[in-house]
Write a protein that binds this ligand. Structure first.
Ligand code: HEC
Length: 105
């Protein structure tokens, strides 16, 4: 009886741990969807209108640019306004997500 309880508890713990990761990845995907209108699905800009693609950008470069936009250190038409809506943690999650996407060939 006790063994059954322990096993059930262990299974539940594993289940929770396994569910946590995809949930995080899923959240980055939701955040990234806010960028798709301009930068293309998953940051794969079709290149029209000179819109930069985000797919495959180095995470370091990405974070630097987002912070530069947010702090007004990089000139922008729109990104300085958009960048203000994201926390450092969200920017890191976005950087990670986009760095793992394949750019448009
Ligand atoms: C309304 C259109 C629009 C949306 C939505 C948008 N961007 Fe941008 N993004 C731009 C434009 C335009 C530029 C070029 C800089 C500028 O003029 O603002 C840019 C540039 C960038 C750059 C710099 C790319 C480089 O190669 O240096 C990054 C990084 C970026 N955007 C990230 C994002 C992220 C992350 C989101 C979603 C949270 C997002 N953008 C949403 C229009 C947009």
């Amino acid at each position: 009886m006790r063994t059954t309880t322990t096993v059930a508890a262990a299974l539940m713990a594993i289940g929770l741990a396994a569910a946590a990761l995809p949930a995080q990845a899923q959240q980055a995907r939701y955040l990234a969807a806010n960028c798709a209108n301009c930068h293309g699905t998953d940051g794969r800009s079709a290149g029209g209108g000179g819109m930069p693609g985000l797919a495959g950008l180095s995470a370091t470069y990405f974070v630097e640019q987002m912070k530069a936009f947010r702090e007004g250190k990089r000139q922008a038409t729109i990104m300085h306004q958009i960048a203000k809506g994201y926390t450092d943690e969200q920017i890191v999650a976005l950087a990670d997500y986009f760095s793992k996407q394949q750019p448009q060939k």
